[in-house]
Ligand binder design. Structure first.
Ligand SMILES: Nc1ncnc2c1ncn2[C@@H]1O[C@H](COP(=O)(O)OP(=O)(O)OP(=O)(O)O)[C@@H](O)[C@H]1O
Ligand SMILES: [Mg+2]
Length: 403
């Protein structure tokens, strides 16, 4: 090996279309959020009480995936925190993703870790941690704003919301305001009425983006993410059209361009054209499906898992489906199998009525196809067919359920 050649040298000198790849990843927090001005304004108004040291309204945010709920909330909380510092107002903001912190204890611990970053609180009880939190709020006369993102993932939701709401009645000083965020359509309807009325004092919907809006969002990020003139106009249009047609989801659009860029680098084309976007499409679609599955509530995952499992093992393919099609299953047989599965995973199975609701939702998300087959012994029988690869789906859900 000559003196100047290092094994990393080649990697650095490879040509690339990216200027700053980070900016076109879904995790990047953009500093500007076009088309969310109205939502930002509403959030500001409902949080503004905290600047007067009054409890802010609790807020429930709902919107489909990729509509900017997380980015907007984090942006607003950051702005609030900065402004409070300027104004010397005692405000604390905590963002919690309930997918990672999915129990009352985990959420409360995450909150106090914010107040006492140097201390370890593992091994204490929920009530100890709760008291630590309320003491901090009272002693510092703080308005605490807690954002619970992907709140549908919380296991002891009613209990947690009840505790946090009750805290406000008991506090002599300071207050606690909540922001709940979900992309689950029917989540609100499943809440205990008391939880619902406290959490949803105010509600906000984030609508899907249209193609025009997605194009503008992409253009805003492309300028900083890619080298000049590497992304063709028609490629941007195509990515926007795909993302808006499928879901109005900005994440899909961002990922399409990211993968298209990687494709261009791999093939050393130095340009992103329609061809690269088309290639990226399949990869992104797969990823979106599996991301979507992992955000489903556990019980719904279990229903889908049962369907995937039956699809793999049912010899009845010829019974109802065509030879090379996926098995067509009857809702009744899925329900029976689901009851067994629930036991295996130590989950309490839901009633037949809820089970039917889950099938409706899975159908709506495009994960299964459901058709009515007429009246059966146990009400309306439905024929169910899985849309995507059962083996992949099973693997994804196994990972989720064993967390
Ligand atoms: N108005 C916008 N301007 C710029 N980028 C946006 C905008 N809205 C969303 N994005 C980008 O789209 C992606 C998805 O946004 P975000 O994570 O906020 O969606 P979400 O509504 O929280 O979705 P989910 O329900 O799946 O959690 C992120 O990369 C975000 O930066
Ligand atoms: Mg989100």
């Amino acid at each position: 090996m000559t003196k100047n050649s290092n094994i990393f040298q080649g990697e650095l000198s490879k040509s690339t279309v990216f200027l700053n790849k980070d900016i076109i990843t879904p995790h990047y927090m953009p500093k500007k959020l076009p088309f969310r001005e109205k939502q930002i304004e509403e959030m500001v108004s409902s949080l503004s009480n905290s600047l007067k040291n009054q409890k802010s309204d609790n807020l429930f945010i709902y919107g489909k995936t990729g509509t900017g709920k997380t980015s907007t909330t984090r942006f607003v909380l950051n702005q609030l925190k900065n402004f409070a510092e300027e104004q010397k107002a005692s405000i604390e903001t905590v963002y919690v993703n309930c997918r990672n912190y999915n129990s009352k204890y985990k959420v409360l611990s995450k909150i106090i870790a914010n107040f006492y970053p140097e201390k370890e609180f593992t091994g204490f009880s929920s009530s100890f941690v709760y008291e630590k939190m309320t003491n901090f709020v009272e002693e510092n006369n703080t308005q605490l704003i807690i954002a619970l993102d992907e709140i549908d993932k919380l296991k002891e939701l009613d209990d947690l919301i009840y505790s946090l709401t009750r805290a406000n009645d008991e506090l002599n000083k300071g207050g606690i305001g909540l922001i709940g965020i979900s992309n689950q359509l029917t989540f609100k309807d499943k809440l205990d009425p008391r939880t619902k009325s406290s959490l949803c004092e105010k509600e906000m919907v984030f609508p899907p983006y249209n193609a025009e809006e997605i194009r503008a969002i992409l253009n805003g990020r492309i300028k900083k993410a890619f080298k000049p003139e590497t992304v063709e106009e028609s490629a941007i249009n195509l990515a926007s059209a795909i993302a808006s047609k499928e879901s109005g989801d900005a994440r899909t659009a961002v990922m399409l361009l990211l993968r298209a860029g990687e494709q261009a680098d791999k093939n050393k084309t130095e340009k992103i054209t329609d061809k690269e976007v088309q290639k990226a499409r399949k990869k992104v679609e797969e990823q979106i499906i599996f991301d979507m599955i992992s955000t489903l509530p556990e019980q719904e995952q279990l229903v889908l898992y049962t369907i995937a499992n039956l699809t793999i093992h049912t010899k009845g393919v010829k019974r109802l489906g065509k030879e090379n099609e996926k098995a067509m299953l009857l809702s009744g047989e899925i329900y029976d199998e689901y009851n067994k599965m629930a036991k295996n995973f130590e989950e309490k199975p839901v009633s037949q009525k809820w089970f039917g609701q889950y099938l409706t939702e899975l159908n709506m998300y495009g994960l299964i196809n459901s058709t009515i087959s007429g009246k059966g012994q146990r009400g309306t029988a439905r024929i169910i067919q899985l849309v995507f690869d059962p083996v992949q789906i099973k693997k994804t859900i196994e990972k989720e359920l064993n967390r």
